[in-house]
Design a protein. Structure first.
Length: 689
C-alpha cells in the first residue's frame, strides 16, 4: 500500500474532521436539522417530571421511573430493553447521632421537606451514608480537618491519636469514602462528616431560600464505597450481578468500610467543635465563628447506624437506534437514580440526554438511518458506586471492547462554558463540534468561549484527564472504551449536593436558570455523536494522546527527582516514540482515505482506531486494584475521584519503592507497545522502533 502525505487545508465551516468532501454537505444538513430540535422548554418539562418525587435505587419508585423512561424512548422510535441486575444495596433503617458529654444533645438525623417540589418521603430523608458499617459506637471526638493523609500527619506531629475515637471531618478536597477509609485504617471507631460553610454555606454566599448555598441543617448524603479499588456491585467485582454468578461474602468485599459513619449539618458540627479542647493546628480552621480545636474531647458522641442490606433489583434502560453497521456503536449515557428527587443530580443531565434522543428520533422519523448504531443508556444505582453502568459493562465487556466506538457521559452540570474531560484522541472531535454550537448567553460559539477560558487563543484547548466518580468509569478504566465526560460550569451554582434541597425548582432557579444551557449541551454532544456515527473515517488522533503521555512521563520524572529516586525514562520514551510514529502514520492514512487515494483505508481504520484505547489495558490490572486495567490513568487513592496519570508509577515513587517503580515502568512500556502495534496494523507497515 502506498502512503502519501496529504496536507490538511485550513479549518473552515466547509470541513468536518473525518468526512470526505462528498459527505460534508449531507452531514451539515443532517446536523442543522438536529440542532433545531433541542429546546429549553422541553428540558425544563423533563426535569419537573423526573424530579417530582424521590426515586432511590432499589425502590419500586425507581422501577416505575425506569419503565416510564423506557416507554418514552420506545415511543420516540428507539429499540428499547431494560436490563436488570441485583447488586448488594443498603437502604437506611435508623440513624441516631447524639452528644453524650459534656452535655446531652441530639443531632438532626433527617432533613425537613424543602418547600415547593421538595422530597417529603420520610423513609428516604434519613441523613445517612450508604455502605457505612452497621452498629453503635460511643467515644470522644477528634477533629481531623479534611481527614486526609496530610491532616493525619499534622495530628501525628501534635501527638494526637485517633485510635478508638470518633473523628469529625469536613467534606471537600476528596471523595467522602477516602475520609472514612483513612479513619478506619488509623483505628478510628467511627466518623462524622459535615459541610463546612467555608465552601458549602454562608461564607460562600446567601443560603436558601435567599440564595443557592446550603443552610446550617442541610447534609450531604453519599456512598462510602471505595471506588478507587473497584466500582459496581461489591460482591461481584469484574462480573455482572446476575443469577448464577458467584458472589463474595460481604465481609470479603475490599471496597466497603466496616466502621459506622454518619453525616451532619454544620450547625451540629459547630456544637461539637465548641466543646473540644486541644490544639489549634495550622490550616484546620473553617468559616464557623469558633476556634477549631482538635480534641480529643471533652465532647463525646454516640453514633448508631442501621441499614438493611439486600440483593436489590436495579434497572438500566438501553435504547438503540440501529445503524447500517450494528457491530459499531456510540453510547450516550447518564444515571437516573437519585438520593432523593435529584433536580440537579442527575436530572439536568438526564434532560440533556432526552433532548439528544428527541433530536435523533426526529432525524430517524424523516427516514435517516445512522451508519453506526447510536445508543441512549439511562443507568440505575450510580449514586451507590457507579453500579448500574459497571454491571452492564461487565456483562458486555467483550462486545464493547470489540465494537464500542466511544462512550459519552453527562451527569450534573451548571450553566457556564463547556468543560470536557476524557480520551485525548477525541480532542479534535470535541473542538470541531463546539465550533458549530452557540453559547446561549454570549452568542459566541462554545469553542470560542472554551478557548477564552483556557487562554488558548484560537487553538483547541486540551481536554482534561478523567478519573472516576460517574458512569464513564467502567467504560474507560475496565473495558478500554474511548470516553468523554461532558459538562458546563461557571455561571450557575449547585451548592446543595445530595440534599433534600436538590429539587426541580432549585435546579431551574440556580443550577441552570430556565434550563437555557440544557439544549446547548444536547446540541454539542449530539453533533459529536452524529459525527462519530456518520464519519467516513473515525476522527481519532492518537498523536494528541502521545503528547499527553509525554507530559505524564515528564511529571513522573519531576516527582522522582523531588523524592530523590533514580528514574530512568529511556525505555518509556523509546516506546512512546514508536507509538507517536504509528499515530502519525495512521493520521496520514486517514487523510489519504478521505482524499480517495487509499480505497481500503477507511474500513481498516474504522475497525482499528477505537481499539487503541483497549490495547492500552493491562490484563493483570493495576497493582493492588486489578479491576482498574488502564496503566495510563486511574483515580487516585488519596482523592477517590481525581485522575492520577501513570498511577502505579506515581504510587511507587511516593512510597520510594524502587522495585515497584521498575515494574510500573515495564507495565506502561508494554501498554504503549501494544497500542503501537495496533496502530501499525492500521497503516500496513511498522513504525520505526
Amino acid at each position: 500500500m502506498a502512503l502519501l502525505v496529504v496536507c490538511a487545508a485550513s479549518p473552515s465551516r466547509a470541513q468536518i474532521p473525518g468526512f470526505a468532501g462528498r459527505s460534508i454537505e449531507a452531514q451539515r444538513a443532517l446536523e442543522d436539522r438536529f440542532l433545531s430540535i433541542p429546546s429549553d422548554t422541553s428540558a425544563l418539562r423533563a426535569v419537573r417530571w423526573l424530579a417530582a418525587a424521590p426515586h432511590l435505587a432499589g425502590t419500586p419508585e425507581m422501577r416505575v421511573l425506569a419503565d416510564s423512561l423506557a416507554g418514552l424512548l420506545g415511543g420516540l422510535g428507539f429499540d428499547v430493553r431494560i436490563e436488570r441486575f441485583e447488586p448488594w444495596l443498603p437502604h437506611p433503617v435508623h440513624v441516631d447521632v447524639r452528644m453524650v458529654a459534656p452535655e446531652a444533645r441530639s443531632f438532626a438525623v433527617r432533613e425537613p421537606p424543602a418547600g415547593s417540589g421538595a422530597a417529603d418521603t420520610a423513609a428516604v430523608l434519613w441523613n445517612w451514608l450508604a455502605y457505612a458499617g452497621n452498629g453503635t459506637v460511643e467515644a470522644p471526638v477528634v477533629y481531623v480537618n479534611y481527614g486526609l493523609p496530610d491532616d493525619y500527619a499534622a495530628l501525628d506531629r501534635a501527638r494526637i491519636d485517633v485510635r478508638g475515637r470518633i473523628v469529625l471531618a469536613r467534606l471537600g478536597r476528596a471523595f467522602r469514602g477516602v475520609k472514612v477509609a483513612e479513619a478506619e485504617g488509623r483505628g478510628a471507631a467511627g466518623v462524622l462528616l459535615f459541610p463546612d460553610p467555608s465552601g458549602d454555606g454562608f461564607a460562600a454566599g446567601d443560603t436558601l431560600p435567599g440564595g443557592p448555598f446550603r443552610p446550617s441543617w442541610s447534609v450531604q448524603r453519599g456512598t462510602l464505597m471505595a471506588m478507587w479499588r473497584y466500582t459496581g456491585d461489591p460482591l461481584t467485582p469484574g462480573r455482572p450481578a446476575v443469577a448464577g454468578e458467584p458472589r463474595l461474602d460481604p465481609s470479603r468485599a475490599t471496597n466497603l468500610p466496616r466502621i459506622p459513619a454518619a453525616t451532619i449539618g454544620y450547625a451540629d458540627a459547630q456544637a461539637l467543635l465548641q466543646r473540644l479542647d486541644g490544639a489549634e493546628l495550622q490550616g484546620f480552621g473553617g468559616a464557623l465563628p469558633i476556634r477549631y480545636r482538635t480534641g480529643p474531647g471533652p465532647a463525646r458522641v454516640r453514633v448508631q447506624v442501621e441499614q438493611s442490606f439486600e440483593q436489590r433489583p436495579i434497572h438500566n434502560v438501553i435504547a438503540t437506534l440501529p445503524g447500517a453497521d450494528t457491530s459499531r456503536s456510540i453510547i450516550i449515557g447518564n444515571h437516573v437514580d437519585a438520593w432523593l428527587s435529584g433536580g440537579a443530580d442527575p436530572h439536568v443531565g438526564t434532560a440533556v440526554v432526552l433532548e439528544i434522543a428527541r433530536g435523533l428520533a426526529s432525524l430517524a422519523r424523516d427516514g435517516w438511518r445512522p451508519r453506526r448504531s447510536l445508543v441512549i443508556a439511562l443507568w440505575d444505582a450510580e449514586e451507590f458506586g457507579v453500579i448500574g453502568s459497571t454491571e452492564w459493562v461487565e456483562r458486555h465487556r467483550e462486545r464493547l471492547s470489540a465494537g464500542a466506538v466511544a462512550y459519552f457521559n453527562i451527569d450534573t452540570y451548571t450553566a457556564g462554558t463547556l468543560d470536557v474531560t476524557g480520551s485525548p484522541a477525541l480532542r479534535d472531535l470535541v473542538w470541531s463540534s463546539a465550533r458549530v454550537v452557540a453559547d446561549p448567553v454570549t452568542g459566541r460559539t462554545l469553542a470560542e468561549e472554551w478557548a477564552a477560558r483556557a487562554n488558548s487563543g484560537e487553538r483547541a484547548p486540551e481536554i482534561g484527564d478523567i478519573g472516576a466518580g460517574s458512569d464513564w468509569t467502567a467504560f474507560l478504566h475496565h473495558a478500554g472504551v474511548p470516553s468523554l465526560q461532558w459538562t458546563m460550569n461557571g455561571r450557575g451554582r449547585y451548592a446543595v449536593y445530595h440534599s433534600a434541597l436538590d429539587t426541580h425548582d432549585y435546579a431551574a432557579q440556580f443550577v441552570d436558570p430556565g434550563l437555557k444551557h440544557a439544549p446547548t449541551l444536547a446540541r454539542v454532544m449530539g453533533v459529536a455523536a452524529l459525527r462519530l456515527a456518520q464519519a467516513d473515517v473515525l476522527p481519532f488522533h492518537y498523536a494528541r494522546y502521545a503528547d499527553r503521555i509525554e507530559r505524564y512521563i515528564t511529571d513522573r520524572e519531576t516527582q522522582a527527582r523531588t523524592a530523590g529516586i533514580g528514574f530512568d525514562a529511556t525505555e518509556l520514551r523509546v516506546t512512546l516514540d514508536r507509538f507517536r510514529s504509528a499515530a502519525g502514520l495512521a493520521d496520514i492514512r486517514a487523510l489519504n482515505a478521505l482524499s480517495g487515494i487509499d480505497t481500503t483505508g477507511a474500513a481498516t481504520l474504522d475497525a482499528v482506531l477505537p481499539r487503541v484505547e483497549t490495547a492500552f489495558l493491562a490484563e493483570e490490572g493495576l497493582p493492588g486494584r486489578s479491576w482498574y486495567r488502564h496503566p495510563l490513568n486511574a483515580p487516585g487513592a488519596d482523592t477517590g475521584y481525581d485522575a492520577l496519570p501513570l498511577p502505579a508509577l506515581a504510587e511507587s515513587i511516593a512510597r520510594r519503592d524502587g522495585a515497584a517503580m521498575r515494574r510500573a515502568i515495564r507495565q506502561v512500556v508494554e501498554s504503549l507497545r501494544r497500542a503501537a502495534i495496533v496502530l501499525e496494523g492500521a497503516t500496513g507497515r511498522s513504525a520505526p522502533r
